[in-house]
Each structure stands twice: as structure tokens, then as C-alpha cells.
Design a protein around this ligand. Structure first.
Ligand code: 5AD
Ligand code: SF4
Length: 434
């Protein structure tokens, strides 16, 4: 049995795909990069913005001729759009065989054995399903993602995630530590812990802060990252671990969404700007180079010019290392979908352009602050521009290009003096191989 797996969307989807890959491997299936050679094609989809769904649908339609050429081929749609569009996908896309929502992935191996021409959807939420005992295939030999929380309880008014991924569920800490131990035993030294509001994590007395400490005690683990934290769940205990545990990287993606308290309230974000600045000030006073990235939505319903200017001010005040900036996309079924938009698509895009220009200048300024420093890099791969060079990342998640010497290879930790910047890209000179 040969399978081809295409993944769209966030790191949670990447993790789920890697978990499905592992389930299929147990079943004896092997992965193939070309869909034409596959017995089954699985498409893991995203729903967060309209465009994400359009991209997934376009991709699914590219598989139509493959199915026509090979009628025994099974096509399975999984992930957030599978849950969001459900049976409608079976009705509208006749060559699709199965639709499987995020809590039903254990069914996938069985589906491959079903007689052909059965077309089914498995969409139910399962509050008990935490995929206990499962491990995802590791992403690279030295770094991997591990999901610790599934679903989301926040119900921000623009967001479809709670409707497609269901309510928040925390994985048992014993199961998480088992998976980290297995990855470390295979040589992984960097772990990215995942959850929609990852720092809300709880398992009995275990908090996100205590879990970070426990992961850091596992032999072989050198760097711990996580995404995405919610501003509401930065406790004092967590702030201390983030700034004091040397294995927890100085890097956080903290979604802001808007710099206006009035809009944050309409978004039902459960945080205000004062809370947000409190976190940033704590982290950046411990380390001015603490990498902070964010998500911002431009042109949310009811966002006035003044509200938007407050977002621009917040961006200047925080000095984000990078930002993912989105144009508001109304999603059917969410709270804010019911409200009439006043801004046109062009007006929303114009705000997005203004914000992007300001943020780009800040990103460059933040990168320049790294010049002159000697940093430890985790070497990831050959440089995509020049294969005689390599790319590694600093603890604070900056990419650095350098010329390797000796037998430097992906997964090594090396010391580099950062001495140049070309465009946005930092360059360094190798000092020692750790
Ligand atoms: N429109 C635009 N952006 C959205 N996001 C979530 N829902 C929407 C939407 N309806 C953005 C948020 C979130 C990121 C993953 O996607 O900024 O943090
Ligand atoms: Fe969506 Fe808000 Fe949950 Fe993030 S915290 S997934 S934006 S509802």
C-alpha cells in the first residue's frame, strides 16, 4: 500500500499528518512523493481563512485526473476543512472517497481496507480522543513537533478553529514525555510543543511551566520551543521558567490580533493591551533580543481608522521580530460573520499594506541588532541559494547563513560570529563546532 500525503495549514496539521503517517507505517504502508504512484491520497486541509479552503479545493481537483487514470485510488480529505464542509464535500466532489475530521484519524488505516466505491464521512468530535499512545513520525532527525493540546475553548469572534477542532483537550503529561523521550532517543535535540493556546496546558498539578521544565530534563533535549501561547495564560510561574530555564528558547509567537482595546473586546480576545505589554516588557527586559512574533488581523468588522492606528502604534511599541498579517476573512458560523462589514476588500488590503511596510522596517532593524554577536546555531540544512553554504538558527530563532568547515552537518550545534547582513538575511563566520 502506497500513500501520498499533502498537508496545508498550521503546525498542528503538520503534526497530525506525521501522526497519520506513523499509523499508516504500522499498517505497512509506504509514503510516495508522486500522487500518480499512490494507492491512497490524503489531503490534510485548513479552514482558517476563505483562501485556505480555496487552495485545498484547487489541490483536490488536481487529483481528479489521477483518479480517472486509476479508479482503485482512494482519496481522503482530512483536517479542518473536512470537518467544516463535511458531507457537502462528498456531494460536490464526486471522486473523493472519505472525509475524516480531526478526532477520527484512528479510522484511516481501516478505511484503506474497505471495498471500493464506499463513500463515507467521519466527522464526530470525540472528547476522549487524545491519541494516547500515538507518536508522530519525526520531522527531521534533529527537530520535531509534539502536540500537547488539541482544540480550543476561546471562541474569538472571528475564528472557526473551535468549531472545526472542537473544545480544548490536554494530552496526559506522561504521554507527552513518552513521545519526547522516544524522539530524543532517535537523536532529536529540539522540540516544538504545539497547541492552539499552548500555555493554557494543564494535567492535574502539571502546568505548562512545569511541563517545560520536565521536557528540559530529558537527556539529549537542548532546545524547547512552543506555539502558540495566548496572552491570557502567561502566569508569573511561566514567565520565570521562560526567562530562567536555559533550554527554553527566547522565542515566542504571541498573537496580538489588534492593538485597539475596543477591537480586542469585539474580538472576544480575553486580553487587553496592558496585559500584552506587561508580558512583552517582562520578556524583553530579561533579554532585549527575545524574539517575539505575532499574528495581526487588518480590517476586522467595526475597525475604525483610529483603531487601526492603534495597531500601528502597538507594532512600533512592541518591535516584533516578525509578524503574520492577515486581511479579515469572514467565516460562516463564527460570531462576527453575522455583522455587516463596512470596509471594502480594497480598504482592508490598503491597511494590510500600510502595516506590512511598517513591520518590514522593524524586522530589518531587529535583525541588525544581532550583528557583532557570537551565537550558537542549530544547523538545519544547506543554504537554498548556495549549496556551499549552510543555514542554522540561533536560540532566538534567527536564520544565519555561514560557510561550513570540516564535517559540519544538519543537527550539529556550531558557534558563529554574526558579521554581515544581506537584505534581511544574517550571515556569520564559523568559530567552533560544539
Ligand atoms: N480572518 C483573518 N485572519 C484570521 N485568523 C483567524 N481567523 C481569521 C479570520 N477569520 C488569523 C489569526 C490567527 C491566525 C492563525 O489566523 O490572526 O492567530
Ligand atoms: Fe481561534 Fe482564538 Fe482559539 Fe486562537 S485562541 S484558535 S484565534 S478561537
Amino acid at each position: 500500500m502506497r500513500y501520498h500525503l499533502a498537508t496545508y495549514g498550521c503546525q498542528m496539521n503538520e503534526y497530525d499528518s506525521a501522526m497519520i503517517a506513523q499509523m499508516l507505517a504500522r499498517f505497512g504502508a509506504v509514503s510516495v512523493s508522486s500522487p500518480e504512484n499512490a494507492d491512497v491520497i490524503i489531503v490534510n486541509t485548513c479552514s482558517v481563512r476563505e483562501k485556505a479552503e480555496e487552495t485545498a479545493i484547487a489541490r483536490i481537483f488536481q487529483f481528479k485526473p489521477v483518479k480517472q487514470a486509476n479508479p482503485d485510488l482512494k482519496i481522503i480529505i482530512v483536517g479542518c476543512m473536512a470537518k467544516n464542509r463535511g458531507e457537502e464535500l462528498l456531494k460536490k466532489i464526486k471522486f473523493v472517497d472519505f472525509i475524516v475530521g480531526p478526532d477520527q484519524y484512528r479510522k484511516i488505516p481501516e478505511l484503506l481496507e474497505l471495498p471500493k466505491r464506499k463513500r463515507l464521512a467521519f466527522l464526530d468530535f470525540d472528547l476522549e480522543e487524545n491519541y494516547v499512545g500515538e507518536s508522530a513520525k519525526i520531522l527531521t532527525p534533529f527537530s520535531t513537533h509534539i502536540t500537547i493540546q488539541r482544540g480550543c475553548n476561546k471562541r474569538c469572534s472571528y475564528c472557526i478553529v473551535p468549531y472545526v477542532r472542537g473544545p480544548e483537550k490536554y494530552r496526559l503529561s506522561s504521554d507527552i514525555l513518552r513521545e519526547v523521550n522516544e524522539a530524543a532517543a532517535q537523536g532529536v535535540s529540539e522540540i516544538m510543543l504545539l497547541g492552539q493556546t499552548v500555555n493554557a496546558y494543564r494535567d492535574g498539578n502539571e502546568t505548562f511551566a512545569s511541563l517545560l521544565n520536565r521536557v528540559s530534563e530529558i537527556e539529549g533535549i537542548k532546545r524547547i520551543r512552543f506555539t502558540s501561547p495566548h496572552p491570557r495564560h502567561y502566569t508569573q510561574e511561566l514567565l520565570e521558567v521562560l526567562t530562567q530555564n536555559p533550554k527554553v528558547c527566547h522565542h515566542a509567537h504571541i498573537p496580538l490580533q489588534s492593538g485597539s482595546n475596543a477591537i480586542l473586546k469585539k474580538m472576544r480576545r480575553q486580553h487587553d493591551m496592558e496585559t500584552y505589554y506587561g508580558i512583552i516588557d517582562y520578556l524583553r527586559s530579561a533579554d532585549p533580543l527575545y524574539h517575539i512574533s505575532t499574528d495581526i488581523i487588518c480590517g476586522f468588522v467595526g475597525e475604525s481608522e483610529k483603531d487601526f492606528e492603534e495597531t500601528l502604534e502597538a507594532v512600533e511599541r512592541v518591535q516584533f521580530d516578525t509578524a503574520f498579517m492577515f486581511v479579515y476573512s469572514p467565516r460562516r458560523g463564527t460570531e462576527s460573520f453575522k455583522e455587516t462589514e463596512i470596509l471594502t476588500e480594497d480598504e482592508k488590503k490598503e491597511r494590510h499594506t500600510r502595516l506590512t511596510e511598517i513591520q518590514n522596517a522593524i524586522t530589518l532593524k531587529r535583525n541588525k541588532l544581532m550583528l557583532g554577536r557570537t551565537e550558537t546555531l542549530l544547523v538545519e540544512r544547506l543554504s537554498s541559494r548556495d549549496s556551499s553554504e549552510m543555514m542554522g538558527k540561533t536560540d532566538n530563532f534567527k536564520k544565519v547563513i555561514f560557510k561550513p568547515e570540516g564535517n559540519v552537518k544538519p543537527g550539529d550545534y556550531v558557534k558563529c560570529k554574526i558579521d554581515d547582513i544581506r537584505g534581511w538575511t544574517l550571515r556569520g563566520t564559523l568559530e567552533t563546532n560544539e
